[in-house]
Design a binder for this molecule. Structure first.
Ligand code: PLP
Ligand code: COI
Length: 360
């Protein structure tokens, strides 16, 4: 892919950048540049470019605004102690986006073009990658949307793929404190044949009313159960779940089309096995959660994802009852898995799985 480049005429100055990187929060500050490439059936992917970051103009009849034909990804760039910059399993994000795009009847962006686009933006905005202290990173958001001006309901004949980036600290305001969860029994996230395993905005739009309920209950995130029986734990609005048993077994709900196939989730399966644990991917009922914590069989629960990394799960609240946190703070295995993961990401441990991709 040929990428043209127009540097930002007024990149943010060093003093302001230092201020932002000292406390980046999540998803509020954006780098100086963005990447764009367009697709049409006649020309395929074309006009790849890095340009100054800024608003885009859309016709009010642009298809995505009406029918939500879009997909996105979430990944991070990490600075190692020697100053080099790396991404984590970018081909996995590229492959997942291709899969999501097939489900949303969007064109597939070739894996190598996706990785090249991300690399090009990170290289253009290298100074926005925070130092490794405090585990800050550059959150990268590739996204693809139906950009044709047309109100007929059919796959868009003009598609735009973009990449933007934003320095990131902890996703949750409390840092690494256990998060409280709200169990929704009214809303579900995905059904059989739906788009639960696609990373598409509609899944997040449909989760918001339940997330709003969670906030109203004083909780940080919402837990979704399966749509068919309302029995099995699927995932949170934006994270996968893990349960650690007293005997060392680690259980995570199986992905069967309705759960997002998290790259952190998949990596943790490998890491937990490497630490000598048996990992079970299977159906996990909400009763097993309630009973397991009550009996002491479940000793730790954690959530995982690119934004959340590995975050301990505390109390589970639901209408009329509460399941206590299995641990007051971060559990022992939760902490070990978290450390194993971030040590690879920040270059403090050997990358035996060949997960890291050098950008600079
Ligand atoms: N589940 C949902 C619904 C998500 O939005 C995310 C975040 O991307 C995840 C799980 C975790 O996926 P990953 O580990 O690839 O970031
Ligand atoms: C991520 O972890 O990258 C996600 O996309 C989840 C986010 C929407 C909070």
């Amino acid at each position: 892919m040929q990428i043209s480049s127009t540097p930002a005429p007024q990149p943010v100055d060093d003093a302001r950048l230092a201020e932002i990187l000292a406390d980046p929060g999540f998803g509020t500050h954006f780098t100086d540049h963005m990447f764009t490439v367009e697709w049409t059936p006649e020309k395929g992917w074309h006009d790849a470019r890095i340009t100054p970051y800024g608003p885009i103009t859309l016709d009010p009849a642009t298809a995505v605004l009406h029918y939500a034909q879009e997909t996105f990804e979430g990944m991070k760039a990490y600075r190692h102690e020697d100053g080099s910059v790396w991404t984590f399993r970018p081909e996995a994000n590229a492959a997942r986006m291709a899969k999501s795009s097939r489900r949303l009847a969007l064109p597939e962006l070739p894996i190598e073009d996706f990785v090249q686009a991300v690399d090009a933006l990170v290289q253009a905005d290298e100074r926005w990658v925070p130092g490794s202290e405090g585990e800050k990173s550059l959150y990268i958001r590739p996204f693809m949307f139906a950009s044709e001006k047309f109100l007929g309901v059919r796959p868009s004949q003009h598609v735009t793929f973009m990449v933007i980036a934003s320095p990131a600290g902890s996703y949750f305001k409390g840092g690494l404190k256990p998060v409280t969860l709200w169990l929704t029994t009214e809303y579900t996230r995905a059904g059989k044949g739906g788009m639960g395993d696609a990373k598409t905005g509609g899944n997040y739009a449909s989760s918001l009313v339940a997330q709003q309920e969670a906030y109203a209950q004083g909780c940080d995130q919402v837990v979704f159960l399966d749509a068919q029986e309302g029995t099995y734990v699927e995932e949170l609005g934006g994270m996968n779940l893990y349960f650690v048993f007293k005997d060392g077994r680690v259980v995570t709900p199986a992905t069967s089309g309705t759960i997002l196939e998290g790259i952190t989730r998949a990596s943790i399966i490998e890491l937990a096995k490497g630490l000598g644990h048996t990992v079970e991917e299977r159906k996990f009922s909400i009763d097993e959660w309630r009973d397991g914590v009550a009996s002491g069989d479940i000793v730790e629960i954690f959530a995982c994802g690119t934004a959340a990394v590995v975050t301990p799960v505390g109390t589970l609240k639901e209408a009329g009852r509460e399941t206590a946190a299995p641990t007051a703070e971060t559990g022992e295995l939760t902490a070990r898995i978290r450390e194993a993961l971030v040590d690879i990401q920040f270059g403090r441990a050997e990358d035996t799985h060949h997960w890291m991709h050098k950008v600079l």
